[in-house]
Structure formats: structure tokens, C-alpha cells
Write a protein that binds this ligand. Structure first.
Ligand code: SF4
Length: 340
């Protein structure tokens, strides 16, 4: 029988799915909460899941499981891994979260959601019978006001991903928006949860950081510590672009600075002017192009948790500058299951 489960994040949309399943409007008997780690999830989300959602699910005959990434190899084999620990490990060289580039503010690539949520849920589904021939139906809570997130979700062979909140028929039309999800939760007698995400997620809107600095100073201090730690580590690492030709590939589908495919018909290379300063195409440190047209040897440049190209403590700490900044939504959203 095809498994039907919800990838439960503990935020507004997936809690609305829990209520709708309890009330019989959707048929999903299993809810899977992939905890990225007690030190990484926002404490309020953990409290909500453990003190509200689990009890509500049990009272309505819904199975709810809390899952953890558990490596099978290495020194911590068999132990649940915490994303915070992975980020703070002194010998770590990877950047699994979508840190912001100092020049453009664009988020870097990330593996956190795939490693700590999608694959963790996927393992549970495969252990419980999901296969490529009989994939599980996995519901993700995305509401109509953020429908564009649905396009970006990675789909694995053992799952069919569906978005019930976009399709549900109500008296007011098709689909539920965030406010309607909150109403569903309130009408069921449950408190409305906060947005669920890691407290340090670089996808946060600027206003989230400002609110955190004021209302949750311990979490803000930990976020500052994380940003400092990542950058201290990067400042000790040599960037592989040092000594390479300074320029960028100009071909659709080829990353800046990447080797161009030999058979590329319209491939080009834009050499950067000698003597000028440009961000390195790999680490984004701002560098002067050498007389021979190469990047100088250099250490990796800093990355940030906000899009403003400066450390969190400086940005939030500078009230005068803050007022002149645009604090509206940045347009970057997690396309997967994180409620950011
Ligand atoms: S909330 Fe942000 S940092 Fe945490 S797993 Fe999701 S994308 Fe990564």
C-alpha cells in the first residue's frame, strides 16, 4: 500500500495540514518531523512540536515521528547529528547552510535541507516500504501566498511530492494562504506556531534578525558566534583560485570561473582588467587582478548571515544605518521544507 506522509516542519503550514488530516479533509496518517538538531532548531519550534503537535496527533490517531540524521560512518556513526555541531566543528571545511555572499548578498549553495530533512525523511520512507516502483506520497506545507516555493522542491525517486494547501477546495475558492492556515489552527483550539527554521538561517528576512537581537539576545549572540566562527575558519583556508586566470566564463549554464566545455560553440571568457579590484569568482574576496591577469594567492573571503555584506553584529548594532536600509523581504526563500 502506498505510504502517505507529511513532511512536518512544526511551522504554520504543516501544522494546518495536521489539523486538516485530523479533521478528515486530507488523507495523511503519518507526520514526519525531521529535527535538524536541538541546538539548531528554534527552541520555540521544538517546544511546539513536543508539547502541542505530538499530543494533538496522538489524540486524533495520527502517527507522528521525530527523526534525526544519524551517520552510518565516521566517529559519530550511530549518533544523531546536530547541524549546529557540524557547523561549529573546528576541522570542518564545508559550508552546508546558504550563507550570503559579501558582494551580491546572494545565498550560496546549501546541503543542510537535503542532508538533515529530505534524506532523513526519505530513509524513513524507504525503511517503511517506499520504492521507485511504489513511491510514497509526501505532502509539503506550502500555502498559496508562497506557491513559487513548490517549484524548487527536490524530488527523490521513492516519493511523489504533493502540496495539498495549494489544491484544497474551500468555500472561498481553491487553496489556503498563510492567514487561512493560521485560522484553521486557531479554530482547532491550538496555539499558532512561529515560523519554523534554524534560528541562524541565512534566509531570514532582515526584520527577523532585528527582532531576534531585541527579543532573543542569547540566540542572536549564538548567531554572531556562528558567523564569526565560519569566517575565522575561512580566513585560514587558501582559495583555490589564487594564481588562476582572473575572469569569468560567459556561457549559459556554466558557473562563473568554471572550466568551459571543449565543445562549447558560443563559449567565451571575459578576462578581468589588470589592476582593478573584483570579487574572486570562487570565494568572493575582493582582490586586485595581478599584472599577468591572474588572481593573487589569497585566503577565502568572508561570508555573512545577512545580505548586507557586513557582520551581523555591525549591521544590527548600527541603528542609524539600519533605518535607511530596506528591511522588506529579500526574495530568497527556501524551496524545500524549511519554513523560511
Ligand atoms: S532553516 Fe535554513 S539553515 Fe536550517 S536547514 Fe533550512 S535552509 Fe538550512
Amino acid at each position: 500500500m502506498t505510504l502517505r506522509s507529511v513532511s512536518y516542519g512544526g511551522g504554520v503550514q504543516s501544522t494546518a495540514l495536521l489539523v486538516l488530516a485530523a479533521q478528515g479533509f486530507i488523507d495523511f496518517p503519518v507526520f514526519l518531523f525531521a529535527n535538524v538538531g536541538d541546538q539548531a532548531e528554534h527552541p520555540a519550534t521544538l517546544r511546539y512540536v513536543r508539547e502541542v503537535a505530538f499530543d494533538y496527533a496522538a489524540a486524533h490517531g495520527i502517527e507522528m515521528h521525530e527523526l534525526h540524521r544519524t551517520p552510518t560512518r565516521g566517529v559519530s556513526a550511530g549518533q544523531p547529528e546536530d547541524l549546529w555541531d557540524r557547523l561549529m566543528r573546528p576541522e570542518s571545511r564545508s559550508l552546508p547552510i546558504p550563507v550570503r555572499m559579501p558582494d551580491t548578498g546572494a545565498p550560496g549553495t546549501r546541503s543542510c535541507t537535503a542532508d538533515f530533512k529530505i534524506r532523513v525523511v526519505g530513509k524513513w520512507l524507504r525503511d517503511h516500504g517506499a520504492t521507485a516502483d511504489d513511491p510514497a506520497t509526501v505532502a509539503v506545507g506550502i500555502s498559496t501566498d508562497e506557491w513559487e516555493r513548490a517549484n524548487a522542491r527536490t524530488v527523490e525517486p521513492y516519493e511523489n511530492v504533493v502540496y495539498p494547501l495549494l489544491k484544497l477546495e474551500t468555500r472561498r475558492g481553491i487553496g489556503l494562504n498563510r492567514a487561512q492556515c493560521e485560522a484553521v489552527i486557531r479554530d482547532a483550539g491550538l496555539p499558532v506556531p512561529r515560523k519554523s527554521s534554524c534560528f541562524f538561517c541565512p534566509f531570514h528576512k532582515p526584520t527577523v534578525w532585528v527582532d531576534m537581537a531585541r527579543d532573543e539576545p542569547e540566540l542572536f549572540a549564538k548567531s554572531v558566534l556562528l558567523e564569526d566562527t565560519l569566517n575565522e575558519r575561512r580566513a585560514r583556508m587558501a582559495c583555490p583560485k589564487g594564481g588562476e586566470r582572473a575572469g569569468r566564463a560567459v556561457l549559459d549554464g556554466v558557473e562563473d570561473g568554471a572550466e568551459l566545455p571543449e565543445d562549447a560553440e558560443h563559449a567565451g571568457w571575459l578576462s578581468l582588467p589588470v589592476g582593478q579590484y573584483h570579487p574572486c569568482t570562487s570565494c568572493h574576496a575582493v582582490l586586485q587582478v595581478q599584472p599577468d591577469g591572474t588572481w593573487p594567492a589569497h585566503r577565502k573571503g568572508p561570508v555573512y548571515l545577512t545580505r548586507f555584506g557586513k557582520p551581523l553584529r555591525d549591521w544590527v548594532g548600527n541603528q542609524g544605518e539600519q533605518q535607511s536600509l530596506d528591511l522588506s523581504d529579500e526574495g530568497y526563500r527556501c524551496g524545500d521544507v524549511c519554513d523560511t
